[in-house]
Write a protein that binds this ligand. Structure first.
Ligand SMILES: Nc1ncnc2c1ncn2[C@@H]1O[C@H](COP(=O)(O)OP(=O)(O)O)[C@@H](O)[C@H]1O
Ligand SMILES: [Mg+2]
Length: 375
């Protein structure tokens, strides 16, 4: 589980630090950096465990555009990510703009560092004799380094699109859920196959199905159907009124809910953009409840503009994003800052915290859907 993320030089982040509980909702005004944080997670995960090319392809913007633009029109030449994990392991990597192995300019790794301890022993700050980069777990005797690689690999980012959710999967294709929600049928199949092993309490598709039926009244269940003749895998819903509804005919909201519930059932970190899209407020309320009740290895981050969040999520599980101005070489730049909410009846300012807590009037404006005045 990830417990803290620090970012410098990626998109709108400089001197940015966010403590991450098992469940977190990012709220805040438009263009405050919420999606940039999901981009950062997606980029880091893919760069380390899937290769730089797919990392850039999966992230909004081209490679150079990932580096932070400064107020004077320049671009920084380094990006630093530091990620802390439970058991206090930490991974830090610095990327730079430079010459790649193929002789072309691109994003290159400048340094990597892993800290942690095995078996409760002394802290090891290892001189790297391996790299975390690669499609396989790094070959090292440090178990915490292999754990870090698996955690980075197990990050899923979802910007669900109804069109992609309707598509069938290929028989024998991969089982990864794509950012758009494409490949949901094979992803569900994988959850079903693993459920016996991973969810000893009999969870898996039955539990997803039960929750889906509780959330959306138009269906009574679903199946994942393999069509050998067409060589594809499809989702079919059942309902009281029709024998079967294929994914191509199901409602956007139903498909989105299914994808979100399925993603919540996997292990690792899942970050989902605006789960409220196409969903009634009451269903969002229920969904936020489900996400908070998850136990085990699942870590969930949502972004949201919905006031429902303030009603059902405790302040400590909400992070409020906005932009602030920093002065670099005498020139102002806008960067993302993140602030915490006041605990119920708690103080507005807390010692040793960089920023004061979010004010009631800011929360009132968020609730009312009114943009913050530029300041
Ligand atoms: N490379 C970059 N350097 C500086 N700012 C950036 C960079 N890339 C994106 N941004 C800024 O990030 C903001 C968009 O943030 P985003 O995360 O999409 O907002 P939201 O909170 O609405 O999801 C824009 O204002 C954009 O100017
Ligand atoms: Mg956004």
């Amino acid at each position: 589980m990830i417990t803290r993320i620090e970012i410098d030089g990626f998109k709108s982040f400089e001197n940015f630090a966010l403590d991450v509980p098992p469940f977190l909702v990012l709220i805040g005004t438009n263009a405050s950096g919420k999606s940039n944080l999901l981009d950062a997670l997606s980029f880091l995960s893919a760069a380390v465990t899937r290769g730089m090319e797919s990392a850039v392809a999966l992230t909004r913007g081209d490679a150079r555009g990932l580096f932070r633009q400064t107020g004077d029109g320049g671009v920084v030449d380094r990006m630093r990510f530091s990620v802390r994990f439970h058991q206090s392991a930490r991974y830090e990597v610095v990327f730079a703009w430079g010459l790649q192995d193929d002789g072309l300019e691109g994003i290159v790794v400048e340094s990597e560092r892993v800290e942690g301890s095995d078996h409760g022993g002394r802290w090891a700050d290892i001189e790297m004799d391996f790299t975390m980069f690669g499609p396989r777990e790094p070959k090292t005797r440090f178990a915490f380094a292999r754990m870090i690689w698996r955690e980075l690999r197990n990050i899923t980012i979802l910007h669900l699109e109804a069109g992609a959710l309707r598509l069938p999967s290929q028989v024998g294709g991969g089982s990864l859920l794509e950012q758009s929600g494409r490949n949901l049928p094979n992803f569900l199949r994988r959850l079903a196959i693993e459920s016996g092993v991973k969810f000893p309490r009999g969870a898996g598709l039955q539990e997803i199905s039960m929750r889906l039926v509780g959330l959306v009244r138009e269906v009574t269940g679903f199946d994942v159907v393999v069509d050998e003749a067409r060589r594809d895998v499809r989702i079919e819903f059942s309902s009281q009124y029709h024998a079967r509804i294929g994914a191509e005919l199901a409602s956007d909201g139903t498909l989105r809910m299914l994808a979100v519930l399925a993603a919540l059932h996997d292990t690792g970190l899942v970050a989902i953009e605006e789960p409220e899209n196409g969903v009634f407020p009451d269903r969002l309320r229920q969904l936020l409840g489900i996400a908070q009740e998850l136990d085990g290895d699942r870590q969930v981050i949502f972004t949201s503009h919905s006031p429902v969040v303030l009603d059902v999520v405790p302040p400590r599980n909400i992070a409020y994003f906005d932009m602030t101005t920093i002065i670099e070489n005498g020139v102002p730049s806008r960067v993302t800052r993140v602030r915490r909410l006041r605990d119920e009846g708690g103080p507005a300012a807390v010692e040793n915290e960089r920023w004061a807590r979010v004010t009631d009037s800011e929360l009132d404006r968020f609730r009312a859907g009114i943009e913050e005045p530029v300041g």
